[in-house]
Design a protein around this ligand. Structure first.
Ligand code: PLP
Length: 416
């Protein structure tokens, strides 16, 4: 019955499946006896979804027409489109990014931003370049749109960004494709918490600037950027590197309010396109709304209003930043407990800098290790041949001792 291009597709969402098992175990053994590290949303120490007070009070007080009416434009509310640019590039972006053309479009979360970009910039049959450690949905988006997957090794043997492999893969694709679409998920990378240094960014941007005759569409997935503890000064320095990009390089920021405001179910995000070429941005403004209209039409107005109300009011914004800082402190404390214990146990952890997750590379015994942990009521997510721990959702008291239990499970199978 299915159209030919849809035959053979089946969504296997490992995260939802494992999280169901964890919920079942909680019913059977009680909450305190189960570690549910499967969840990718921020939870407080009482294991409840973190809800920002400022978000809750602003949203509840929005006028009904803002909650129930269509958005004003297919591409989103005007002030929302401006505020998302300011959040990613700061208030002085017009001055600092002089000479660059920038436009934004509201999307259904970061997922909408990623899929709308791949749909519009990847030619059918082409390969999209993804990191080997990655959020699995990237692959599904590429496949859904008739593309194929190529991966670059995210880390070199010192745990730094593997620039050599990345560069070689881009150059290989550039030999045979007119457009090379690629994803860099940074900062607070899912599933490892990796981020690049300023020097690594300089290197990368110099490389992009050296590419001729091929269009490179760099999707920078910034879904977790609000939970990056890099200084504002450093973020601003990285922003400046965009100035002077040649016109064949388009940067597309995939922005999400799911994590930023902890409003996952509201489905609000944005694509922010930046280029030194006016025509490239005009093309973005012309073609992409077409796709918005034919898929989600427009995104919830209430979510956009919520964001702009907070961002445009200095007091509300200050409240938001204060609350966010307290959650960042909590994430940091959780990460410190885990990383300290992992070190004591000699447990290898992929390079973590900030964000919601840490990942332990395991290798071919990964399924056995997962089974062993599940038998002990510890639920984690398999990512390739590693396991991801959602620091975002596990309270500190349950993180204590976790590294040792994981190490024991790994040892049990490595000795055989
Ligand atoms: N990018 C990454 C790396 C993610 O982990 C997620 C969600 O888990 C998203 C993007 C998209 O999130 P959403 O569509 O809820 O904004």
């Amino acid at each position: 019955m299915l159209a030919k291009r849809y035959i053979g597709k089946k969504l296997v969402d490992n995260i939802f499946v494992t999280s169901k098992k964890a919920k079942q175990a909680i019913k059977e053994f009680g909450k305190e006896n189960v570690v549910n590290a499967t969840i990718g949303s921020l939870y407080n120490e009482e294991e409840k979804l973190a809800v920002y007070d400022v978000v809750e009070s602003v949203y509840r007080n929005l006028p009904p027409e803002d909650l129930y009416a269509y958005a004003t434009n297919v591409i989103g509310e005007d002030d929302y489109l401006e505020e998302v640019i300011k959040v990613v590039f700061y208030d002085d972006y017009k001055e600092v990014l002089k000479g660059m053309y920038i436009a934004s479009i509201a999307t259904t979360g970061g997922t909408g931003a990623l899929s709308n970009t791949i749909k519009n910039y990847m030619d059918t049959g082409d390969k999209v370049l993804l990191p080997n450690w990655m959020w699995g949905t990237y692959k599904n988006i590429v496949i859904e749109n008739g593309g194929k997957i190529e991966t670059y090794q995210l880390f070199d043997n010192k745990g730094n960004f593997n620039f050599e492999d990345f560069k070689n893969k881009v150059l290989e694709l550039a030999k045979v494709q007119k457009n090379v679409v690629l994803i860099i998920n940074e900062p607070s990378h899912n599933p490892t918490g990796f981020r690049m240094t300023y020097e690594e960014w300089v290197n990368l941007m110099d490389f992009f600037k050296s590419i001729k005759d091929t269009n490179v569409i760099v999707i920078r997935d910034v879904a977790y950027f609000e939970y990056d503890d890099r200084s504002e000064e450093e973020t601003k320095k990285i922003r400046r590197l965009l100035v002077g990009l040649p016109k064949n390089i388009l940067f597309m920021y995939a922005f999400s309010l799911s994590k930023s405001l902890s409003i996952y179910g509201m489905r609000i995000g944005a694509q922010i396109a930046i280029s030194s070429d006016e025509e490239v941005i005009q093309e973005f403004k012309d073609a992409l709304p077409f796709s918005c209209r034919t898929t989600w039409s427009n995104v919830p107005r209430g979510g956009m209003r919520l964001f702009t109300t907070i961002m445009k009011d200095p007091e509300l914004k200050a409240n938001f930043l204060k609350e966010k800082q307290s959650y960042m402190n909590l994430l940091k404390e959780r990460a410190e407990i885990f990383l300290k214990e992992a070190k004591e146990e000699n447990l290898e952890v992929l390079p973590y800098k900030s964000g919601f997750f840490v990942t332990i590379p395991i290798g071919e015994t990964v399924d056995k290790v997962i089974e062993e942990l599940e038998n002990k009521n510890i639920f984690i997510i398999k990512f390739d041949t590693g396991i991801r721990i959602g620091l975002c959702s596990v309270p500190k008291r349950k993180i204590e001792g976790l590294a040792r239990k994981i190490k024991e499970a790994i040892n049990k199978f490595s000795k055989q």
